[in-house]
Design a protein around this ligand. Structure first.
Ligand SMILES: Nc1ncnc2c1ncn2[C@@H]1O[C@H](COP(=O)(O)OP(=O)(O)OP(=O)(O)O)[C@@H](O)[C@H]1O
Length: 248
């Protein structure tokens, strides 16, 4: 049986002449947590947006659960993928329950899980408060609730813990690990090697629109402790440029 749930081949994205992605290759297996790690502007969000069906690639191909994605995600696949964006796209004037109900309605999925999710994510007491009164951490937790309503197989988290205090970040990290235990596949982006090491089975190190190394996080951490980093490069053509970028 093919265990690959996401297959990204030679993904390229050009924005008005600027090559944001330059041939991303990555495979994710069912049940894995894979992290995209890299500096600002590396191409993490662009890659995830293409996976979410929000952006069309210039070149390359994506298969999710065996389905080749042509333009937008097909309807059957939409509910199999839960997404948490970098920015909040919640309705600030609505309360938490109404936000989740609205989302469930738009996506034609059952509302039965809403109460359970709010309790699980410690938002029960705030369920009837308008989102504009929520802290960043509460908004992120609600966004995760929203992404789980349809009981997706795959979670895409774009900087789920970005800008959060360590305790709020830890709550979300624990939830991500719990989702893995339920058999979900998670692909996430982060700036933090520590976070990637804590959560991920494998980390893809992205720089300037390319995956320059994919490995278990321990391999990256070991390299850092030893004051040198051993990278198994997926493409050696740009070796000098990669060394320059890392030096910078
Ligand atoms: N809509 C757009 N139009 C033009 N350029 C864009 C657009 N979206 C992204 N870019 C550019 O593509 C590059 C990759 O951006 P992307 O948001 O994917 O990076 P990132 O790795 O997620 O960065 P960060 O960690 O800061 O979120 C950046 O140089 C960015 O300015």
């Amino acid at each position: 049986m093919n265990k690959k749930i996401i297959e990204i081949k030679n993904l390229t994205k050009i924005f008005s002449g600027f090559k944001a992605l330059n041939g991303i290759n990555l495979e994710v297996e069912k049940g894995e947590i894979v992290g995209l790690l890299g500096p600002n502007g590396a191409g993490k969000t662009t890659t995830l947006k293409i996976l979410m069906g929000l952006l069309k690639p210039t070149e390359g191909s994506i298969k999710i659960m065996g389905e080749k994605i042509k333009k937008q995600l097909p309807t059957w696949l939409k509910n199999k993928i839960g997404v948490v964006f970098e920015e909040s796209n919640l309705y600030l004037r609505l309360n938490a329950i109404d936000n989740l109900k609205l989302f469930a309605g738009i996506n034609n999925v059952n509302q039965s899980k809403i109460k359970e999710l709010l309790a699980e994510y410690h938002l029960e007491a705030a369920a009837k408060r308008e989102i504009r009164t929520f802290s960043k951490g509460m908004k992120k937790r609600l966004m995760i609730c929203r992404s789980l309503i349809a009981e997706p197989e795959i979670l895409i988290l774009d900087e789920a813990t970005g800008g959060l205090d360590p305790i709020s970040a830890e709550i979300i990290q624990q939830k991500v690990l719990a989702l893995k235990k339920q058999g979900k596949t998670v692909i996430l982006s982060t700036h933090y090697l520590e976070e990637a090491a804590h959560l991920c089975d494998r980390v893809a190190f992205i720089n300037q629109g390319q995956v320059i190394a994919v490995d278990k996080p321990a391999a990256f951490k070991k390299g850092l402790k030893a004051k040198f980093l051993e990278l198994n490069l997926t493409n050696e053509n740009n070796l000098e440029k990669i060394i320059d970028d890392l030096n910078n």
